[in-house]
Design a protein around this ligand. Structure first.
Ligand SMILES: O=C(O)CCC(=O)C(=O)O
Ligand SMILES: [Fe+2]
Length: 341
């Protein structure tokens, strides 16, 4: 894998150099922005909360209540299947694959790649026949970027301001302004995906299952434990956004947790190693909610999520011409953040 070299010098544990503003990655964000935080409210609305607007000791995060007994399965990155990690597994492979959730199938070429990988590597997995379930629609590519590339990416990302978002997160958007409720789009402020993301797009094409992935949006999310940052379980929109959600995970390891109202006693935890890329599609996209719990944000983390267009915005769809326009802007790779500076 060729290492991308951007002209940014980031000495270890020192700072991300940028003209304005400058962020020191080695110091907790809370210290850096204390003054700001006192003056400004956080980005939470409605039932959302973070450590700036709620006392987490008395208001635990919105995942399953501690008292509620859930069976936890952990997704194995080697054989790409979910394995019971609490010895109390209510499902076996058969009952799970018979259930309604399997009506959403994974992109055929992703499935091929997963199956090929798991055949190659199954000998290494000691848990193969114990309490396993096929959790369809998640595909993790480890070491998708190198540490050097991560440094260059974060150097470039931290040259732009983040804006406060819900639940203690901060974000940068590169995409159209969307009103999902009214199904309205504005692209006047959208200037394209940022140049630093182009090599990621090109590298995705090296994987058969991502060869046709054409992103029209990038959202960079920053999570810091000092802010109690997390993202509550949710479904991503599927009016505008298409089948695959692709996230590149930077700066620290985390875990994406999948929950389903259909299986309230079950939790599937997918490890997100630093430098990895995760694809969420099929059942994992449409039948399971995903979220990052506050406890799974141990260090600062940056998630770069790319989204593609739904069928309505593709060739033959009702809003094909909007889709074409969006794609044309996105793939110039000349964009700056919408609403940031
Ligand atoms: O941080 C992540 O990996 C997930 C982000 C996410 O689910 C979202 O932005 O919709
Ligand atoms: Fe999401």
């Amino acid at each position: 894998m060729a290492e991308l070299s951007l002209d940014i010098d980031l000495p270890k544990k020192v700072s991300f150099r940028s003209s304005s503003p400058s962020y020191d990655i080695s110091r907790p964000l809370f210290q850096i922005e204390t003054t700001n935080l006192k003056l400004k409210s956080c980005g939470c609305k409605g039932i959302r909360s973070c450590s700036l607007c709620k006392d987490f000791e008395t208001n635990p995060p919105n995942f399953k209540k501690e008292k509620q007994k859930v069976s936890v399965y952990t997704f194995c990155l080697v054989c790409q299947r979910a394995c019971s990690t609490d010895g109390d597994a209510p499902f076996d492979c058969q009952s799970f694959s018979d259930s309604a959730v399997s009506k959403h199938v994974m992109n055929v070429s992703c499935l091929e790649e997963v199956q090929m990988d798991s055949k190659k590597t199954s000998a290494q997995c000691s848990h193969l026949c114990q309490n396993l379930i096929n959790f369809n629609g998640v595909f993790v590519i480890q070491n998708f970027v190198t540490e050097g590339e991560e440094k260059a990416l974060c150097g470039a990302i931290y040259c732009t301001n983040f804006v406060n978002s819900q639940s203690g997160r901060r974000k940068q958007d590169f995409g159209p302004k969307v009103n999902f409720k009214k199904k309205k789009l504005k692209f006047a402020a959208f200037t394209g995906l940022p140049s630093y993301s182009q090599f990621l797009y090109e590298r995705m094409k090296e994987h058969k299952c991502l060869a046709d992935f054409e992103p029209v949006e990038l959202c960079n999310l920053e999570y810091c434990s000092e802010r109690g940052a997390h993202i509550d379980p949710h479904f991503d929109d599927s009016w505008l956004w298409g089948e695959r959600l692709i996230t590149v995970n930077l700066l620290s390891d985390s875990t994406l947790t999948f929950t389903s109202d259909e299986y309230p006693d079950l939790e599937i935890r997918v490890p997100l190693p630093r430098l990895s890329l995760i694809v969420v599609e099929g059942a994992a996209r449409h039948s399971w909610k995903h979220g990052i719990s506050r406890g799974d944000v141990r260090e600062r983390r940056v998630a770069m999520t790319f989204r593609e267009l739904s069928d309505e915005f593709r060739q033959g769809g009702q809003r094909e011409s909007d889709g074409e326009e969006l794609l044309k802007i996105a793939l110039t790779f000349k964009g700056s953040a919408v609403g940031g500076s």
